[in-house]
Design a protein around this ligand. Structure first.
Ligand code: ADP
Ligand code: MG
Length: 642
């Protein structure tokens, strides 16, 4: 009979192997983060124990006096980080330390750019995790026991970070985990009290558990119990009175919370008293984490504590999606400690907290807007589009959010300068609507034939070129009781309205007949001063841009027939009016439609036919012109055509 060997050697997942190799090279200059990662794991494990002890009687009492202890032996090159947290059993060790369980780590790997500065940012945001220990260590040993199991259920895991690890069963009297690093020679300078204290202070000062550092033994003292002294702040920052907290402390706290080394744009700290008591500390980051728009775990961003016990990431419950860039901490004195995610969802207390979070966040953003300048521009650039979702989703705050949005307009070149209030302030006396044009780019917008009449009458038009703007105007029908209206929809009333001449109506009728089913209606109008024709959408139908975006997103969109507005004053229309019905008239009508579609940034159903028609016309006009003044008239068109 063979026995299972006490020590077992196993291979890492290939991904771990890959990560280890990369880690050591890419992070060499950020070596200090290894300690942040180990402390963060110890803190997570202590949080978990405290949380499970709320509902699991077998853990009662084990969650007292939790602390994270750092010990070192400079001569031997050894550093240990010990917690009394939840610990791991054998299969958890294999799962957590032998594979890359988190998809976040994989994305991190894929996004390393080789650029030190940028990668340092990423490292901060991701948390590279346990394997960061191998940046500085030639060997890592983990000894652990799950808090609710017996002393013979301990596990030792060790590895040199080279493709395999050993795992064995051990006896371990203590619950929790001890991580021991044997540092490489060139990193042993880290093993001094002041270095370690400095690193803890820098990265982990606001960890909610005491982080204690082993104190050097006093000379001549008996080799007694080692002494540990707390090196991080002893009171959670958010519980302290605002007046006593320095700016740097907020910044440090923010970095500890988010991993973002940059200064946040602003923050708000409130202690709410009354029927419900809670503390609220909210940060507005200075830039978007690179995965903000995709794939983010929506629960992250705001941590919920109850009486200083970390309960869960609760962004989903307290932040609407359009504020998902906000970061912070909420600490409630009144929620029950054993609250579940489901109960949290329906709790009226949480609803109230959420309303306050929304209000305070918008206060922060409004203040930033008032101050203007670089920070506000940065905010708009990174979060402006996300904020727009608030108009689409948020009913109560719609007008308030709309007031914070910025657009380009015919009066202002910058894409993010004009607010709806600015616009209203510049409206003409008899102007009823806030006019806008949606387009794929500023360039297309600026050159749109739809703006011609507005230029003539000196009426400002907002130019909306963000992808989300089409949805935005679908939901923002009015602002401060002024209705928003597209310059490209329905009937346009600018200046005096004269009934179009009979001849113009007749010409429009002929064009409609020539184009048949390709258009909805064809009408003479007042939109244009320079262009011969433009496409107009019905008041309530999908706009062509919206239809295009939906198609690109793979959605089924019913065929929309464009309406054509013609400018009877244009020379081309004058010439067409002279033509008899027939091929030439039909060709010109088609060109009119195709050009109007192109000017919108639209696509033609049959681009080749368009090109053929244009070429035929070019040949006609270029060929015919010399023909009139030249002797050998017949050869003209042929030469041009060949
Ligand atoms: P993360 O902490 O983001 O999950 P890590 O690579 O830091 O990723 O850690 C991987 C996993 O290993 C953790 O999720 C946890 O389950 C386990 N682990 C690491 N350190 C400890 C510890 N000190 N106590 C208990 N479990 C731990
Ligand atoms: Mg971790």
């Amino acid at each position: 009979m063979t026995q299972t060997p006490r020590i077992e050697t196993r291979a890492f997942d290939t991904e771990v192997h890959q990560l280890l190799k990369l880690m050591i090279n890419a992070l060499y200059s950020n070596r200090e983060i290894f300690l942040r990662e180990l402390i963060s794991n110890a803190s997570d494990a202590s949080d978990k124990l405290r949380f499970e002890a709320l509902t699991d009687d077998s853990l009662k009492g084990l969650d007292q006096d939790l602390a994270i202890d750092i010990d070192f032996d400079a001569e031997a090159g050894i550093l240990t980080v010990r917690d009394r947290g939840i610990g791991m059993n054998r299969s958890e060790v294999i799962e957590n330390l032998g594979t890359i369980a988190r998809s976040g780590t994989r994305r991190f790997l894929e996004s390393l750019s080789g650029d030190q500065r940028q990668d340092a940012r990423l490292i901060g945001q991701f948390g590279v995790g346990f394997y960061a220990a191998f940046i500085v260590a030639e060997e890592v040993t983990v000894e652990t026991r799950r808090a609710n199991e017996s002393a013979d259920q301990g596990v030792r895991w060790s590895s040199k970070g080279e493709g395999e690890y050993q795992i064995e069963s051990i006896d371990r009297a203590e619950q929790g985990t001890t991580v021991t690093l044997r540092l490489r020679e060139d990193h042993r300078d880290l093993l001094s009290p002041w270095q370690l204290k400095r690193i803890v202070h820098h990265y982990s000062n606001h960890i909610a558990f005491p982080i204690r550092l082993r104190q050097p033994a006093e000379e001549d003292a008996e080799p007694a119990e080692p002494k540990f002294e707390r090196v991080n702040d002893s009171q959670a920052l958010w519980t302290r009175p605002k007046s006593e907290i320095k700016e740097e402390e907020y910044q440090e706290f923010y970095t500890g919370l988010t991993g973002d080394p940059d200064t946040p744009l602003s923050w708000a700290h409130h202690h709410v008293e009354g029927s419900q008591r809670y503390s609220l500390l909210l940060f507005l980051p200075s830039s978007a984490p690179f995965d903000l728009l995709i794939n983010r775990d929506e629960r992250e961003g705001v941590k919920l504590y109850i009486q200083r016990v970390f309960i869960m990431d609760a962004a989903e419950q307290v932040l609407p999606r359009y504020l998902r860039f906000m970061r912070g901490v909420i600490d409630s004195a009144d929620l029950p400690l054993n609250i579940s995610r489901e109960i949290l969802q329906d709790s009226p207390l949480v609803k109230k907290i959420r309303a306050t979070v929304v209000k305070r966040s918008l206060d922060l953003i409004e203040k930033l807007a008032e101050q203007g300048g670089e920070p506000w521009a940065k905010f708009l650039e990174d979060f402006g589009s996300i904020l727009k979702e608030g108009v689409i989703e948020g009913f109560e705050q719609r007008e308030r959010i709309a007031g914070l949005l910025r657009f380009a307009s015919t009066e202002n070149d910058k894409a993010t300068e004009v607010s709806l209030d600015d616009y209203i302030g510049r409206m003409k006396e008899d102007q009823e609507h806030i006019w806008y044009l949606t387009a794929e780019s500023l360039q297309v917008a600026r050159n749109s034939p739809h703006l011609e009449a507005f230029r003539k009458h000196g009426v400002e038009v907002l130019l909306l070129t963000d992808r989300i703007d089409e949805w935005l105007v679908g939901h923002l029908r009015e602002y401060k009781s002024k209705s928003l209206k597209s310059v490209a929809r329905g009937k346009l009333e600018l200046g005096e309205q004269a009934e179009p001449a009979e001849s113009a109506k007749k010409l429009a009728g002929r064009i409609k007949k020539a184009l048949g089913e390709r258009v909805g209606n064809v009408q003479p109008g007042t939109r244009l001063t320079e262009s011969p024709a433009c496409v107009v959408a019905d008041e309530h139908e999908l706009s062509p841009l919206m239809a295009r975006m939906m198609r690109q997103a793979g959605q089924e969109v019913p065929e929309i027939k464009p309406n054509l507005e013609i400018n009877p004053e244009h020379a081309l229309l004058g010439l067409m009016d002279q033509l008899e019905d027939g091929n030439r008239f039909d060709d010109l009508a088609s060109l009119l439609l195709d050009q109007a579609l192109l000017a919108e940034g639209g696509e033609l159903a049959d681009p080749a036919a368009y090109v053929r028609r244009v070429n035929a016309l070019l040949v006609d006009s270029l060929g015919a012109a010399p023909a009139q003044s030249s002797e050998n008239s017949e050869s003209g068109p042929e030469r041009a055509a060949s």
